[in-house]
Design a protein around this ligand. Structure first.
Ligand code: FAD
Length: 458
């Protein structure tokens, strides 16, 4: 391996790249990594972590209101966006430091630069022009927010990247998109007191999730005061002299707002990365094509995380990076199972989900028992809040196997983690039934739903 500067060179210091670099180094490999922005990547710097901190911040407005039902008198409330952003920035800086220290501790050499691929064993650092050779190259450059560049006035819109650093909170915002990032940011802004509209081109938000869940999230968002417009899309964005934006839609609406945020998807960050020259195959949106061990068509080049557009989530990128490093440098080959991934949407209320949606389950088997329960969580008996919780089990009627569990309500994301273990173990409805309830919790509903609300037979 000594013919090369490194055994492994990783491009991208995010979730997947950092994990791969550290694990490869602990297996004895000489590892270099390049990061063009900040270590920690999207998740830490401008994704999961700051987003969740903003979700916490935005929930206090309801907590203060709910407290009154429990006898509290809450005094004057003031919110400082400036303080929130500064506290968040401090925490992100701390985490970035942790990432850097951990890389350093394992002996990974960091290059604070954009890197591009020159050929199958060479990369170039753009900050210095230096070329570096490596036996293996790992592409872990993630994805970046997609905006419709052909839209007139698109230069006036922001994406999630800018939303974390706005100099002031707008009075009103329109969020374009219907995926989890759009839904989460609509909840954040609404909770912080911003007049919020969500506009989505599809018939219902949260495509890919169970339809009952999608409808329930939509309903709860509307109850909280978010205006949800489905089946429409912007045709142009106008900036008026007073700085206000007007989003004109194909359906003839004019949506006025202080800010317009696009969260309409993310594209793999592969433009100008030198991959074409190196002969690395990509698909139509620029995602790198890989096999189950994250190998590209070039034997010395691998790719993990969002850039491969498999399941674009941090824990998945981390797993893929870990599996790559164990397989190539640790003599411990293993593959990531992408078939059952528990996940959360930090909407308000929250979504936790694992396994198949009803639609997906129906495509697999014709005989399903559906158990569905919608109820008011105990807290809201006194708070008076009109908010419903939803729990849904999708069961294979022939085998009794639980194929999917979908939860909408407080802490649903926490529940999804545990439900992920049960479904991973192949739990049946009988396993749920013989589990004694934890009382009083909302989760006990999961083990007390006796009769199917719907029996679907082929
Ligand atoms: C707003 C938002 C919220 C999210 N919330 C969640 C959540 O709650 N849960 C969850 O699981 N996932 C969430 N995600 C998704 C998650 O952030 C990604 O799936 C994850 O970060 C992917 O990791 P990665 O290693 O593939 O890429 P990234 O973490 O994006 O890392 C890629 C890194 O490569 C760097 N880079 C790019 N090109 C180059 C180059 N040529 N040279 C050097 N460096 C380069 C980038 O600067 C970046 O730091 C969220 C994403 C966003 C945007």
């Amino acid at each position: 391996m000594s013919d090369y500067d490194y055994d492994l060179f990783v491009i991208g210091g995010g979730s997947g790249g950092v994990r791969a670099a550290r694990i490869a180094a602990t297996h004895g490999a000489r590892v270099g990594i390049a990061e063009e922005y900040r270590y920690g990547g999207t998740c830490v710097i401008r994704g999961c972590v700051p987003k969740k901190l903003f979700v916490y911040a935005s929930k206090f407005s309801e907590e203060f209101e709910d407290a009154e039902g429990f006898g509290w008198t809450v005094g004057e409330r003031n919110f400082s966006w400036e303080k929130l952003v500064s506290a968040k920035d401090q925490e992100i800086a701390r985490l970035e430091g942790v990432y850097r220290r951990n890389l350093d501790r394992t002996g990974v050499e960091m290059h604070d630069s954009r890197a591009v691929v020159v050929d199958e064993h060479t990369v170039r650092l753009l900050s210095t022009g230096q070329t570096i050779s490596a036996r293996y190259i790992l592409i872990a450059v993630g994805a970046s927010p997609n905006v419709d560049t052909s839209l007139p006035g698109v230069e006036h819109v922001i994406t999630s990247n800018e939303a974390f650093h706005l100099s002031e909170l707008p009075d009103s915002i329109v969020v374009a998109g219907g995926g989890y990032i759009a839904v989460e940011f609509a909840g954040i802004f609404n909770g912080l007191g911003v007049d919020t509209t969500l506009i989505y081109r599809g018939e219902e938000i949260l495509r890919g999730f169970d339809m009952d869940l999608r409808k329930a999230v939509h309903e709860e968002m509307v109850k909280k005061g978010i205006k949800v417009v489905c089946g429409d899309v912007f045709s142009s964005i106008e900036k008026r002299d007073d700085g206000q934006l007007v989003g004109h839609t194909k359906g003839g609406k004019a949506l006025h707002a202080g800010q317009i945020m696009f969260a309409i998807g993310r594209n793999p960050h592969t433009a100008d990365l030198g991959l074409e020259a190196a002969g690395v195959e990509m698909d139509g949106i620029g995602a790198i094509k890989v096999d189950s061990q994250s190998r590209t068509n070039i034997p010395s080049i691998f790719a993990v995380g969002d850039v491969t557009n498999r399941a674009n989530l941090t824990p998945v990128a981390i797993r893929e990076g870990h599996a790559f490093a164990d397989t190539v440098f640790g003599n411990k080959p293993w593959e990531v199972d992408h078939s059952l991934i528990a996940t959360a949407v930090f909407s308000q209320p929250e979504v936790g989900t694992v396994g198949l949606t009803q639609e997906q389950a129906l495509a697999k088997t014709g005989n399903l028992d559906i158990y569905k329960s919608s109820f008011r969580p105990m807290k809201h008996t006194l708070s008076g809040r009109d908010e419903k919780m939803l729990m849904k089990l999708i069961v294979d009627a022939d085998t009794g196997k639980v194929l999917g569990v979908h939860v909408l309500g407080p802490d649903a994301g926490e529940l999804a983690q545990v439900l992920g273990i049960t479904l991973q173990m192949g739990a049946t409805k009988a396993d749920f039934d013989r589990t004694i309830a934890v009382h009083p919790t909302a989760a006990e509903e999961l083990v007390t739903m006796r009769e199917p609300t719907e029996r679907i037979r082929a």
